[in-house]
Design a binder for this molecule. Sequence first.
Ligand SMILES: [Zn+2]
Length: 414
Amino acid sequence: MTNTPLGNRDLMRAINRSLVLSQIKTFGPIARADLARRTQLSPATITGITAELIEEGLVYEKEIGDSSGGRRPIRLAVNPNGGYVIGAKVMEEHVVGALTDLEATLLARQTLLLDGRTPEAVAETLGQMVRELAAQVSHRQQPASNSHRQTPPRLMGLGVGLAGILDVSQGLVRQSPFFGWKNVALRDLIQDQVQMPVYLDNDVNTLAYTEKWFGAGQGINDFLVVTVGRGVGMGIVVNGQVYYGVRGGAGEFGHIVVQPGGLSCSCGKQGCLEAYTSEPAMLLQAEAAFQRGELARCPQTPDELVQMAESGESAARKIFSQAGNLLGQSIANLVNIFNPERILVNGEGVRAGRWLFDPMCAAIEEHTMPGLRGDVSILIEKLGDDDWARGAASLVLHELFESPIKRSWETEVA
Ligand SMILES: [Zn+2]
């Protein structure tokens, strides 16, 4: 796998190619004439590029229309079976991997425990995971819809998501709260383990890519993904692009200050949103409430705390309502700053249900600037480990659909 420098003509062609492919992904099934109109490329260029995409098995011709006579128009759509990608979400103790097709449909999954907490150990575990998932591709039968493909299916890359501040262009983990790493060239270490392009990003950004291409962010230019769970994070999509800030640090929503001089946060500061609304933070507050005699027992898991709220323990409900209120206030600030069309709230913390989200929604109504609330829809989605891994896979799919830089995806696996 090499990234060969391109001449101007090749670069133009690569840009046009990814433009055409992204339009087919977003608006397909789509006729060639509509593609020409949307991309403002000449019909001859469209014919050439689409022929190439069909030859590679990435796109196929689909007959659309009723049977009332006449020629059925031919439209182009992304061929889900045109290739495979692997995504991996790295967590504190283990990695969760997903093998998906080009529509991010989960085909196989894998969970492996980490051997250690060094960058090398994480890279080795990812290498092992990729080898095991890649073996699944070789074993897969070619579905009938794949009969038009001219080339064997390929593994197009590995996407890796992990919490922390990442410099995506350098493949660098600038800061990892889980592992205590600083400035680790993780992408190169993983690249030594696998024979395919590797893409690395903050885990919440990978979710933003899944939402943009396959989820509730499709066709929406300005939306935010807010995650609650182990931490509190945010992915920012502005004008259709994930916003990174100058070196990848944008979106540290969990560390905005909601209570100056308040509870200690994992980042070393005090009074951060995460110190009140993450699941570990709420368990700490429950422990304190138990010691004050306000809770009948000390919950060990977030689910247990939810059950206590369900069964009427007012101190448990109060922890959720305080967290929900702070979360809602903070989301109202986001609405006022970004004027987004949609905010997707997801993550493991969604299990708290109405105990967290009723107060959150009330606070959003109370604190959003008049006139802006009507522009935004708030969606609460429940996501599990597989969704995070699919998110990481979407990082590769994003490169496929949108990157203008031609890469040599030559990892034949069939
Ligand atoms: Zn903090």
